[in-house]
Design a protein around this ligand. Structure first.
Ligand SMILES: [Zn+2]
Ligand SMILES: [Zn+2]
Length: 182
């Protein structure tokens, strides 16, 4: 968790002191935040993408060709490898949950950043998101979360939705009231 009372932090890369909202969370650090600001992190990620994404894409293609011919024997192995490559790509190779830092590969999963996961999944052959991501050159819009954080994020989104609904109903009520008086 983020240290209580903390408002700003100095970035270890650019040296600027910035509001804590300019940092991603990182449960591994004592203050609960990443060492570098989001800006620096993105610059680093871009560099990482150029250097490593290509390499992992090549690996993906090699594996795919290999397992097409030996699908039966290697099914389990391929399933695990596929998962591992995808998690590597979307976590900048550190294989951790973006929100809490969980690094147990078995509980890491891919999250649609803007929601709409189920709708998207229905359009994918065999609902195999991992294969789809690899076959589509690892598009943007996805991130690595552990099962717990993914669940928590969904609840949070649902809460926001119902909060909005509540406000909407209050507004309607008020509108009706006001129009009655006139
Ligand atoms: Zn910075
Ligand atoms: Zn997590």
């Amino acid at each position: 968790m983020i240290k209580i009372g903390m408002k700003s932090k100095t970035c270890s890369k650019c040296g600027e002191t910035k509001d804590i909202s300019e940092y991603w969370k990182n449960a591994h650090n004592p203050d609960g935040l990443a060492y570098e600001c989001i800006n620096c992190r993105k610059k680093y990620k871009h560099k990482w993408d150029i250097e490593n994404k290509e390499h992992l894409q090549k690996k993906w293609k090699e594996y795919r060709i290999k397992h097409k011919y030996k699908r039966r024997e290697y099914c389990k192995f391929w399933r695990e490898t596929k998962h591992m490559i995808v998690i590597q790509v979307y976590s900048d190779i550190c294989m951790e949950c973006e929100l809490c830092g969980e690094d147990d590969i078995d509980v890491l999963t891919i999250d649609h950043i803007d929601g709409g996961g189920l709708k998207h999944l229905k359009t994918i052959p065999n609902r195999d998101l991992y294969a789809w991501l690899g076959n589509n050159n690892f598009p943007d819009g996805f991130r690595v979360l552990c099962w717990n954080c993914q669940h928590r994020e969904k609840l949070r989104m649902y809460d926001m939705d119902s909060m909005y609904k509540e406000q909407f109903e209050k507004d309607i009520e008020q509108f009706v009231e006001e129009n009655k008086r006139e």
